[in-house]
Design a protein around this ligand. Sequence first.
Ligand code: NDP
Ligand code: GDR
Length: 366
Amino acid sequence: MKVALITGVTGQDGAYLAEFLLNKGYIVHGVKRRSSLFNTDRIDHLYQDQHENDVRFFLHYGDLTDSTNLIRIIQEVQPDEIYNLAAQSHVKVSFETPEYTANSDALGTLRILEAIRILGLTEKTKFYQASTSELYGGLESNKNEKGLYDENSEFYPRSPYGVAKLYGFWIVKNYREAYNIFACNGILFNHESPIRGETFVTRKITRAAAKISLGLQSILYLGNLDAKRDWGHAKDYIKGMWLMLQQDEPQDFVLATGKTYTVRHFVDLAFKKVGIELTWKGEGVNEVGIDKSSGKEIVKVDPKYFRPTEVDLLIGDPSKAEKELGWKPAYDLEGLVNDMVESDLKLFKKDQYLKEGGHETLNYFE
Ligand code: NDP
Ligand code: GDR
């Protein structure tokens, strides 16, 4: 049985990947952070009572900022494959916590690679690095002849997150060349799902569409509605990560859909799915999304969500992954939006039911 170690197992991608690898028969170890509240919601369905026989899913406390911890876990686990998905992954938050973001996202990657080297695992352990389309920074001049970003496009990161991930990208490449480690960068464009973190724009929108349609929220405040992203489904993208580590040679690959849409378009689709048609009025900070049937303003712009430097447009070229990995995403944008909205509707119908039944949330501070 192959053994995999996933950092960031409690995150969106970590949860999908853990399930995917368990279904493939792997023994899966995950690194989770200590937190004052439970942070394992996304993987609770995979948990097995550790006293049972044939347990194949294990969790270890750890942190990418702690080398000794990483060395100990990797020594204990002796993984065939490491998927480094842990990161301070929020671009806007990286402007507020730039040093921590560099420590976890840049140096954290180095710490794992060093652990592989120190423990003499350079020939045994394959390594996947969660690199990102944020490396391109959305510069027009970086695109290829098809008008897309590919594995040869130049990088120009536009946030402390992007810059930290740039270090991660290059240190992976360097350790591959210097020590022959089977290490790959997956340059992944945005990928979303029903378990996407609630402060990323897609999930913020699908939650709000569900809540507004159920009478649980009145207004959705957003930042830059003109930003364009190449959005795919996380379920498709984690398969690509695994495929990269099953090749004969380690290489870097772009995973993307090759299509790009504005945030505004995503909002339109999500609200349409809950039966609300929007019409847009005004410009810039004064732009509003109006519910056509009620005339109410339900989407507004709040400049607090603007970023000091923005990545205006991202669109990726997945040709290499299609050709060499046989990777092809199953979801299109509409399929993704439907999956997310349906899931959030289910989630908030429960809240609505409790509210209607007079069951208010417990207030511990009264
Ligand atoms: P999430 O934010 O959902 O998950 C991040 C995970 O990393 C969580 O498990 C989090 O733990 C953990 N983590 C954060 N900081 C540390 C740390 N210092 N030590 C250990 N664990 C830590 O991200 P995604 O699942 O969406 O993304 C996975 C990876 O892929 C990230 O590296 C991200 O930067 C990258 N990426 C994501 C893309 C996307 O569109 N989703 C696109 C391209 C790259 P906790 O649950 O405790 O917060
Ligand atoms: P991104 O994702 O920065 O692309 O990083 P996010 O969903 O945060 O933003 C996408 C675009 O939407 C605009 N936007 C808003 N964003 C948020 N979060 N909240 C808002 O209210 C809002 N309004 C408009 C943003 O300005 C931006 O242009 C994600 C992360 O998963 C990274 O870890 C990953 O590397 C990249 O995708 C690829």
